[in-house]
Ligand binder design. Sequence first.
Ligand code: 5AD
Ligand code: SF4
Length: 456
Amino acid sequence: MMAEPQIVDALQEKEVPARSKTFYLETFGCQMNVHDSEKVIGTLVQQGYRQVETEEDADLILYNTCSIRDKAEQKVFHRLNDFKKLTDQGKRFGVLGCVAQQEGEHIFERAPHVSLVAGSASYRKLPEMLVRLELGDRRITGLDDRQTEETFETEFTVRSNPHRGYITIIEGCDKFCAYCVVPFTRGKERSRTSSSVLAEARRMADAGYTEIQLLGQNVNSYRDPEGKKSFAELLAAVGEVPGIRRVRFTTSHPRDFTRDIVEAMDAVPTLCDHVHLPVQSGSSHVLKLMQREYTREWYLERISWIKAAKRQISMTTDIIVGFPGETPEDFEQTITLLHEVQYDGVFAFKYSPRPNTPALSMPDSIPDEVKSQRLQILLDRQREIQRVNYSKHIGHVLEVMVEGYNQTRGQVIGRTSQNKTLNFTSSQPILPAAGSYVQVKVTKSFPNSLLGEAVA
Ligand code: 5AD
Ligand code: SF4
């Protein structure tokens, strides 16, 4: 609480050197990070900084980092090393996001050219931190102790897409799955008020956005601090904002996946036909070791609700293979689950031990080549499931939102409500613009995309 007046005093006493304030920001990791970066960019621009395209052109180089798996983390340190030489030119480096929160001040030791280390729960204080940076402070930290109740809201968000945009409704995580760093990197679970979320949705609709994606590490664990709306009610209310045609939400946690979410999807046509519901494993034994607090049967019951919806809802999931103690039989249960659910997409990962997590004390017992084999088997099986699922769209007309144009293929790139890529050709002399909605008849399918023709 004392930090702010001190900064103001310092500012009055010392002239902030006049420097051209340019910044370069690179983002690693999930959609939460992508959207945090949009808010960070807005904050920097508000502070008089200008964004540039390359590290070479920037005074301040920022990496918004991810630490979900070891590779993601290594990438950041490589990147920091690659550009170390630029420090000689007076450039400053800052590490934001999950690696910043996880490694804290160790980053100054591992990469001494870094001046700023800030986790996501400290972004509200970025303006102060920038002033200190400009005053020449070389060791600035903004780290969270899982105490903060605050969310990072700003009216200055610079969204990269003018048609569809993210709104974070809940930050942090209180679930503590045995393998996961997120509770340590993103602080405790805290939701925004439904009034502020709806106000942002209305502002976006007024600015021409037609698609909104509600974000949260566990989006459906949302609890309105004002007590006005449940998650399902908020979802429905965003879907009813005039001008909004599509609403998505990610990522849902099975523990908090309640039936009223499906009821809201039934009642509000703008809610997209897609649920991403990470299962992590098809074996109740492994789920217990993972501390997921549900069983295979419990998860499948939620899936049965989604399958019973009035519209066909596409389902996708995340899976970890090779968690400590996963037997061949456990893995086989994950494979049978894929067949039972019939997912339209699976993000599968080899288990990677992470700092601070409970699973770190379990021996990482599955050899890497076994993890790789299991991953490959899983991806091959899933590909076949998707080949069949995607082929079922042939002959049907689907609405897509246009995302762009593929020059080499001469195809317009579209996305369906189910979140599938549907590329298409059009006989019209003028091609549909990005952000427009077009009816497309599906003519061909692949395991990961569809092909079609615009319906006149
Ligand atoms: N190792 C491998 N995959 C992980 N994930 C999270 N933590 C780990 C880990 N330690 C995966 C989960 C999660 C997704 C975002 O990343 O499947 O849902
Ligand atoms: Fe990576 Fe998780 Fe941080 Fe997102 S929240 S950037 S997935 S560690």
